[in-house]
Design a protein around this ligand. Structure first.
Ligand SMILES: [Cu+2]
Length: 449
């Protein structure tokens, strides 16, 4: 509660500010933050931009978008100018062996990450080189309605060949997204998504040593075909982190003791993804609605990232090793071909394979003991498709694909940009085949029945 005296003082301050010119008010915004001293009946974007556009290395440490990039910008008269080009991206690679003709921005699927700083004025040109009209929505960013990018509702759709200009001041900080908001079902299914990171003007909490941004999405690509199917509602068979599926996903490389931030956005068509990791616990620090108050934070090992939202987590990487980071929905860590296979687990198919091979050379009944064998056995898969699961690991075959990557925590690292290879476990710290003597001693049996 304000005292009468404070109210009089703040009224005087407001009167004084009103008398000042726009330039003086711009300088003042350093102390007037959204939700702070300003009049809350006005939206944040009504504030004048900060006089100094945020620059990497000076005002923020850029995020790392693994398997992606940051959108370049230039500063023109204090405004950050970006250019997005909507276009077809032929042969986007999801993982070695699987490519498809997608749509994206600036030749990439997904689009490059836009980065700026709270208080920046941004001007984003959008050129449409697609064969269809489009628009760009700046997801969860509070801005004037006409800049919201909803085709038909807030603007005319951008026709093929046209360039539109969006301009607004960003007064939030956190992890946001951008995506097509015109024929969303088709265009988002084809890849027209990207991340939009706004750094705080002043640091909020300890700065991370490593700051990663991920965008989750899902696709239906029938094995052997080259076009994602936007009509799919249920059976997505390519689940991606930054538009790649394991083993095509880059590892998350950190040093022991690093404070690590993961920003995770989800623009899948139909699925929320519980993203889980091993060896540590993390804290959810932000959503795309803002910073989670300290008193509301709690430790977690899985964060549910609903469709159309972002979650930011932080942890201290104190446990060396190779640890999975993955969606915990088990069908989301499978690659193509996981669907429509009859359940044959436990079925004795006798000499079916031998007999079938008389008419179909190389025939193999799939999945009588599960699916683990389906990556490893080097089965012939249709052209332009990848095995249902995984890749060879250091100890055996890794039977996961899809929305999966590896957190590599090392005590010594040459460089964050160089994959340190597989983790070397200290002697005596790996699960091993039990020997007979131990089993006799502890279980009273030499070999399990
Ligand atoms: Cu999932």
């Amino acid at each position: 509660m304000m005292t009468r005296r404070e109210m009089i003082a703040s009224a005087a301050a407001v009167a004084g500010a009103t008398a000042l010119g726009a330039k003086a008010r711009a300088a003042e915004v350093e102390v007037q933050k959204p939700g702070g001293t300003r009049d809350k009946s006005e939206p944040a974007w009504t504030y004048p931009p900060h006089p100094e556009p945020g620059e990497p290395g000076k005002h923020y440490q850029p995020v790392t978008t693994l398997n992606g990039s940051a959108l370049p910008f230039k500063i023109v008269d204090g405004v950050k100018v970006f250019h997005l080009v909507c276009e077809e991206v032929p042969n986007h690679e999801f993982a070695p062996g699987l490519t498809a003709h997608c749509w994206g921005y600036n030749g990439q699927v997904h689009g490059p990450t836009i980065e700026c700083v709270e208080g920046d004025r941004v001007r984003i040109y959008v050129t449409n080189r697609l064969p269809a009209a489009t628009s760009v929505h700046w997801h969860a960013i509070i801005l004037p309605q006409g800049m919201d990018g909803v085709g038909g509702l807030s603007q005319k759709a951008i026709q093929p060949g046209e360039t539109f200009k969006y301009e607004f001041t960003v007064w939030q900080h956190g992890t946001f997204m951008y995506h097509s908001h015109h024929d969303e079902m088709t265009q988002m299914a084809l890849g027209m998504l990207g991340l939009f990171v706004i750094h705080p003007r002043e640091p909020k909490g300890p700065p991370p040593d490593r700051d990663f941004a991920f965008l989750l999405s899902e696709w239906k690509i029938v094995p052997g075909t080259k076009r994602p199917d936007p009509n799919e509602m249920v059976e997505f068979n390519v689940l991606t982190l930054n538009a790649r599926c394991f083993p095509g996903t880059a590892p998350v490389i950190v040093k022991k003791g690093d404070r690590v931030r993961l920003r995770i956005g989800n623009l899948s068509a139909m699925d929320h993804h519980p993203i889980h990791f091993h060896g540590h616990t993390w804290t959810v620090t932000e959503t795309d609605g803002g910073v989670v108050p300290e008193t509301a934070r709690r430790p977690e090992v899985t964060v549910l990232v609903p469709v159309g939202s972002t979650r930011t987590v932080e942890f201290i990487a104190n446990n060396p090793g190779d640890w999975p980071i993955h969606c915990h929905m088990s069908h989301h860590v499978m690659n193509q071909m996981g669907h429509g296979i009859p359940n044959l687990i436990g079925v004795n198919t006798g000499d079916l394979d031998r007999r079938a091979r008389k008419t179909i050379p190389g025939y193999m009944t799939m999945g009588t003991a599960g699916m683990a064998e389906m990556g490893e056995m080097g089965m012939n898969v249709p052209r332009n498709s990848i095995p249902m699961v995984g890749a060879q690991g250091p100890h055996d075959y890794i039977t996961m694909g899809g929305m999966f990557t590896i957190l590599k925590v090392r005590e010594h690292l040459e460089s964050y940009d160089k994959d340190p290879g597989w983790y070397e476990q200290p002697p005596g710290t790996r699960a091993e085949l039990a020997n007979e003597e131990e089993m006799r001693r502890d279980l009273g049996i030499a070999k399990p029945a």
